[in-house]
Design a protein around this ligand. Structure first.
Ligand SMILES: [Cu+2]
Length: 341
């Protein structure tokens, strides 16, 4: 059975190069995926890896479906008839990661995100204001379970769970709240408020002068949070190519597709009226986006496993339940080190 799966895949998957004599190895500079991919590689028994990622994401302007819509139309009485619209949002995530391999087959991984959000708005009355939220996001833990390594190919399951450690009652002052803090709409919250399953699969391959990988991961929300709503489920699929330019430096090209659902239920205590601003509407949260990314991996110091990597992603396609803010770019800069071999 273990040998039938790769045989069947190799037979039908045109991307897979003919098996070479070399064994797949994470010690190649392109043995780690572009830095925006999580849970792409396993470690050898006893190894510990620490990582830190800095991930700013910028959103400006809104879309309805695939069409951009002017902010003025969103707040016009003859347009979408909202009183307020977001014009811009900056989301910065700093994420610490820990990987540890109790065996060659199993690598355990924990990720701890810190979020910093800022959203600018304009109002029909001609005003402008900004809201912010920051704090711990949803901590995730996962097991990367090896399916096997067959020559120059390797595959594992990603069995993850996300914990509801991020706040879902983040507050700030609004122009209409007379100086008191009120609960912010859904996109400014820091977590889902639910336990989420994150099942997936990762398949990797290496040839002499290049490498490839594909990964698909779902996010399934379990039940509803204690405010009575559920963030939409999501699906993330990505594929990449890596090319070593020299022994310790590689570049990458990646495509990433994401699809996520609307909010189900409603925060009964939400202080913002969904008639006022699109961000308070549960049915204007979902969408689909396809990003293209270019990245670089640098093996700075092999004895300590020190790597420095960066990746820039720009959307090729966005289809949003809107008006909803569109993404302009995502940058990921990361550092990885292996203090225990
Ligand atoms: Cu690692």
């Amino acid at each position: 059975m273990r040998h039938l799966i790769p045989a069947a895949l190799a037979a039908c998957c045109a991307l897979a190069p003919a098996p070479a004599a070399a064994q797949w190895t994470s010690s190649r500079v392109d043995g780690h995926a572009p830095i925006g991919v999580m849970g792409d590689h396993r470690h050898e028994r006893g190894e510990v890896m620490l990582s830190l990622r800095y991930m700013p994401m910028e959103m400006e302007g809104s879309r309805v479906g695939t069409r951009t819509i002017p902010d003025a139309e969103i707040i016009s009485a003859t347009g979408r008839n909202f009183m307020v619209t977001p014009t811009q949002m900056s989301m910065t995530m700093v994420m610490g990661g820990l990987m540890w391999a109790p065996s060659d087959r199993l690598t355990l991984m924990a990720m701890v995100p810190w979020l910093d959000n800022s959203m600018d708005h304009i109002t029909r009355a001609g005003g402008a204001f900004t809201t912010t939220s920051s704090g711990l996001g949803d901590v995730a833990a996962s097991a990367l379970v090896g399916l096997g390594t067959w020559g120059n190919q390797s595959a594992h399951l990603n069995l993850g769970v996300s914990l509801p450690t991020g706040a879902i009652t983040a507050m700030d002052v609004l122009p209409t709240s007379n100086g008191t803090e009120v609960q912010l709409p859904y996109p400014m919250q820091l977590g889902s408020g639910t336990y989420d399953l994150r099942p997936g699969v990762t398949w990797l391959g290496q040839a002499r002068g290049w490498s490839w990988g594909v990964q698909g991961i779902g996010t399934v929300r379990l039940g509803e949070n204690d405010r009575g709503w559920t963030q939409g489920n999501r699906l993330d699929a990505t594929a990449w190519l890596g090319v070593p330019l020299m022994r310790d430096l590689s570049v990458s090209l990646r495509g990433a597709a994401s699809s996520w659902g609307d909010v189900e239920g409603v925060d009964a205590a939400a202080s913002v009226n969904p008639m006022v601003v699109p961000t308070a509407r549960t049915d204007l949260r979902g969408g689909t986006r396809i990003d293209a990314g270019v990245g670089v991996n640098w093996y700075v110091h092999r004895p300590s496993g020190l790597r420095l990597a960066a990746e820039l992603l720009r959307p090729l396609y966005q289809d949003l339940h809107g008006p909803q803010l569109e993404t302009d770019y995502t940058l990921v800069v990361g550092l990885q080190v292996v203090p225990v071999h």
